[in-house]
Design a protein around this ligand. Sequence first.
Ligand SMILES: Cc1cc2nc3c(=O)[nH]c(=O)nc-3n(C[C@H](O)[C@H](O)[C@H](O)COP(=O)(O)OP(=O)(O)OC[C@H]3O[C@@H](n4cnc5c(N)ncnc54)[C@H](O)[C@@H]3O)c2cc1C
Length: 290
Amino acid sequence: MDFLRPQSLDEALAAKARRPDAVPIAGGTDVMVELNFDRRRPTALLDLGGVTELSGWSAAGPRIRLGATVPYTRVISELREVLPALATASRTVGSVQIRNRGTVGGNLGSASPAGDTHPVLLVSGAEVEAASVRGTRRIPAEEFYLGVKRNALAEDELITAVHLPVATGPQQFAKVGTRNAMVIAVCSFALALSEGRFRAAIGSAAPTPLRAYEAEEFLAAELSWAEPRPLNPAVQRRFGELVAAAAAPIDDVRGTAAYRRHALSVLARRTLGWVWRDHLDGKGRDGACA
Ligand SMILES: Cc1cc2nc3c(=O)[nH]c(=O)nc-3n(C[C@H](O)[C@H](O)[C@H](O)COP(=O)(O)OP(=O)(O)OC[C@H]3O[C@@H](n4cnc5c(N)ncnc54)[C@H](O)[C@@H]3O)c2cc1C
């Protein structure tokens, strides 16, 4: 196996153009598992560790550009004020060791339906920046996930960054696992309220992460953002039902389809309660909810 170690983004893109068979490795927390269990035998690895252009984040006005190899630990410690749901999701990933190595870019590269950042990227209106020697493009998160562990990257492309708007309202992420920590999601859910608009997204309960559009429209019709009133439990219940109906789960080792739907309805009810409470309290309107 060849081990390619580019020292700049240009070198990395040139290497990927020359060797599209080379598997990028960032934190390695997915790649090394696949190698160790002999699930994958790449002819080459493309180590992104020396590419400093990928390892930082920057703010440009109301948007954050998060480099592909920024580890979860930094998302949690440096970006929780401006990207609260991404920080919450990052806190639920694996263990300290995994969070020190693992990256949002790697989560996107794997495109596992169970990846914790995906529902958050969907409700945030994130865009994935992909680059190759042919140029750079931005892919809306909703167009990025094509199927189980399949994404929209071309074979010569690398993820260079993720662009996310700074939160302008409350956001929540919640996850159910078979134990309390160090666990892949049985199902997960993210909800964001921004400028009067709800966005809801489901993880680990369909071949790809997905938006729950009907549930979003229901909230838009039922709740007044400008003149908020306390939540009616019937609205919470119906929202939960619509979220559960939007999922397309399967039975697998982590849970049954029926349990996933039930758990999703519970997560949806809960997160709506939290988001609406924060909205009533006026929290998160200036991107300062943690
Ligand atoms: C013990 C353990 C616990 C875990 N717990 C969780 C969890 O709770 N939640 C969760 O979501 N995940 C979890 N994971 C999975 C993993 O940690 C995450 O998916 C993580 O985000 C992967 O990031 P990475 O940088 O380590 O990716 P890597 O392993 O380096 O790469 C992952 C994939 O993305 C590709 N890739 C990486 N960077 C790029 C790039 N810049 N451009 C193009 N392709 C790229 C790689 O080729 C590979 O296919 C866990 C893994 C382990 C081993």
